[in-house]
Design a protein around this ligand. Structure first.
Ligand code: GBH
Length: 439
């Protein structure tokens, strides 16, 4: 994979932002100190999470955030991407937690980068309701008013594509709906929420605003017309449906007609200019025409009636999750974005990249990250304006429907004792950051 491993990683441009990411529901715990989210309701029902676990305690970051900020400082990152739990902000004293966290980060010299929604919707809200978009903007205003004096970089939403697909189309994530294509309003309402959030942030005097969308190249299974068409449709559904409205102010051809409400006027809100565009990258997807089974998406079996099928990418190492390791997919994705969106594409930040492997001596994670950082540098050399790179994740955490079985962290967490142990990859990333900016 990393054929050039061993030679030094090239120097990134001055001011390039290095960071790590987490999300509230996956690390905080202290569930009793906040209102329930759709994820609390979802995981309370049996059979939803593989190991039967919940995020009631998770990494207990709510109580251990000082220790975790010390780990960030030891790593030497410029920035820390975390998420603000909307149900916690709704609870008495909830915002105080983020106030303390931001203070601690600032004192440690780490830039706070809050995401305002990372899938933990208050249990009494619903993305099928248009009104949720407006209520989200209210939440954003409350957070910005409180933290805005110390926060200069904001993320509206995390991966509305995955939240739509897994949560509302396939039902393997909260809230567990299986609406297939009837889930499309959930995508539109989240995009509208994004646009309203950008406006709310600007009104609160904030800038440095972006979104974190998940993207990966779609590889057609063959050059046959049927495979090309199926792959094209998949690409529209998972990539362009979420990038085009934000970057171009338009839905891909035919998709706007499937969305609710006054789509043209909503698109003006959705296209509210952002300062940068966040990309979460894990792997490409190989897609062909429908066949007997539709394959899997990130380990989730797809229903056979879909107009495409996801095929295995052969001849590649896979992570513990079974996802193929394809670093050059990151270069391809970013140069493809530049070619498609041209001058309309804002500066890009990689807001997530990482892999699940077990073990504290995680040489496989080091190989993955090393190869992806090099692939990112190649995109910069090819002229893509990339301003930052965040590893998913700072520490092992609650990996949604997989429970605690998948470990994405640079820091190992023992979920019995909650003890944190930096892995080999933590030391590797720390050393990389040192060589990227010598004294
Ligand atoms: C992100 O989701 C989330 O933002 C984060 O909360 C989560 O913990 C993290 O990633 C790790 O899962 O089957 O090879 O085609 C990303 C989810 C990543 C799921 C790419 C589908 C397809 C890989 N997506 N994946 S593959």
């Amino acid at each position: 994979m990393a054929t050039d491993a061993g030679t030094a990683i090239p120097r990134f441009p001055p001011g390039f932002l290095w960071g790590v990411s987490t999300s509230a529901h996956q690390i905080e715990g202290a569930a009793e100190k906040r209102e329930p989210s759709v994820w609390d309701v979802f995981t309370a029902a049996p059979g939803r999470v593989k190991d039967g676990s919940t995020a009631a305690v998770a990494c207990d970051h709510y109580h251990r955030y000082r220790e975790d900020v010390a780990l960030l400082a030891g790593l030497g990152v410029d920035a820390y991407r975390f998420s603000v739990s909307w149900p916690r902000v709704n609870s008495p004293g909830g915002l105080d937690f983020y106030d303390r966290l931001v203070d601690e980060l600032c004192a440690a010299g780490v830039r706070p980068v809050p995401t305002l929604f990372h899938w933990d919707l208050p249990a009494d809200r619903d993305w099928l309701d248009r009104d949720t978009a407006a209520r989200f903007a209210d939440h954003v205003t409350v957070v910005a008013d409180r933290l805005g004096d110390r926060v200069g970089t904001w993320i509206t939403l995390n991966e509305p594509a995955e939240h739509t697909l897994l949560g509302h189309a396939l039902g393997t994530h909260a809230p567990g709906r299986r609406l297939l294509f009837d889930a499309l309003p959930v995508a539109h309402h989240q995009l509208l929420a994004h646009g309203l959030a950008v406006r709310a942030l600007r009104a609160a005097g904030a800038d440095g605003i972006g979104i974190a969308n998940s993207h990966g190249p779609t590889w057609p299974a063959s050059r046959d017309q049927a495979d090309l068409e199926a792959a094209g449709f998949y690409d529209v559904l998972l990539n362009r449906l979420f990038a085009d409205p934000v970057v171009l102010g338009a839905y891909p051809e035919g998709m706007g007609d499937l969305m609710p409400g006054d789509v043209e006027s909503d698109l003006k809100v959705i296209a509210e200019p952002v300062d940068w565009y966040g990309v979460n990258y894990y792997a490409p997807t190989r897609v062909g025409a429908p066949q007997g089974t539709a394959g899997e998406f990130g380990g989730v079996p797809l229903p056979a009636e879909l107009p495409f099928s996801v095929r295995e990418i052969e001849g590649r190492p896979v992570t513990d999750f079974g996802w193929p390791v394809v670093p050059e997919g990151l270069t391809e994705l970013l140069t493809g974005f530049r070619d498609r969106y041209g001058d309309r594409l804002p500066p890009v930040v990689i807001t997530e990249n990482g892999c699940s492997y077990d073990g504290v001596d995680d040489q496989d994670r080091i190989a993955y990250l090393d190869a992806h950082v090099r692939a990112l540098h190649r995109a910069i050399e090819a002229g893509v304006d990339v301003r930052g790179y965040f590893v998913w994740s700072l520490m092992d955490n609650f990996e949604w429907a997989e429970g605690y079985a998948r470990r994405f962290g640079l820091v190992h967490v023992d979920f019995e004792t909650l003890e944190r142990t930096p892995k080999a990859s933590y030391h590797w990333f720390r050393d990389l950051l040192r060589t990227q900016r010598p004294a």
